[in-house]
Design a binder for this molecule. Structure first.
Ligand SMILES: [Zn+2]
Length: 67
């Protein structure tokens, strides 16, 4: 989980996470995190994406990469 440390608009640190949006595209899986600042009431997003094959694969695969 990636959390912002401050509001990009006013620099305030009172942030509330709102419900995230998950989008499944053709071959990518998107998660959009929404944050609201308590100081200025602005909402900003953090968008992450990853290939669907990675999102649903087991961590086992990473073992073969690192071992
Ligand atoms: Zn703010």
């Amino acid at each position: 989980m990636m959390e912002p440390i401050m509001c990009p608009f006013c620099g305030g640190a009172e942030l509330f996470e709102e419900e995230q949006t998950e989008i499944e595209a053709d071959d990518e899986y998107w998660v959009i995190y929404h944050w609201r600042c308590a100081d200025c009431n602005e909402v900003f997003d953090k968008i992450t994406s990853q290939p669907i094959s990675d999102a649903f694969e087991d961590v086992e695969d990473e073992g073969t990469i690192w071992s």
